[in-house]
Write a protein that binds this ligand. Structure first.
Ligand code: AMP
Length: 125
């Protein structure tokens, strides 16, 4: 069920629980600002999620309330994960769903990194 991205942050969401170590994830990278782990239901040979450590519902929320340090740290982490995974030479795709029309399911900002195969048209039509 897609979320309403205007709702306040819900600390019981599944990615908050992953950040707190309450449920397992296949972690790839972690620093002061971000955590990256494999998507549980991969849509491509490489499908990684990168999340900020702070409590932000979506890209909209993060871009409004995140500090310059958090935003810079998060964006650098996304780029580093893609480089470390060897994705740059062949290319990859970033995706962030925000709210209902985009089909955002988890109310903690996450950027999807897709790679490892031709990724098709942007909106799949
Ligand atoms: P979105 O539709 O952009 O909110 O994407 C949510 C993503 O989270 C989906 O691709 C799910 O497969 C993924 N996901 C949900 N639960 C988990 C989990 N426990 N570990 C890893 N990925 C998850």
């Amino acid at each position: 069920m897609p979320i309403d991205a205007t709702k306040p942050y819900d600390p019981s969401n599944i990615f908050a629980r992953i950040l707190r170590g309450e449920i397992p994830s296949k972690r790839i990278y972690e620093d002061d600002h971000a955590l990256a782990f494999h998507d549980i239901n991969p849509q491509a040979p490489v499908h990684i999620l990168v999340i900020p450590k702070g409590a932000y519902v979506s890209w909209d929320d993060f871009s409004e309330r995140g500090s310059d340090e958090e935003i810079a740290g998060f964006i650098r982490a996304v780029g580093k994960v893609a480089r470390d995974m060897g994705l740059v030479a062949r290319g990859y795709r970033l995706l962030a769903n925000i709210g209902r029309l985009a089909g955002q399911e988890v109310p903690h900002l996450h950027v999807h990194i897709f790679g490892g195969q031709p990724l098709g048209p942007m909106l799949g039509r």
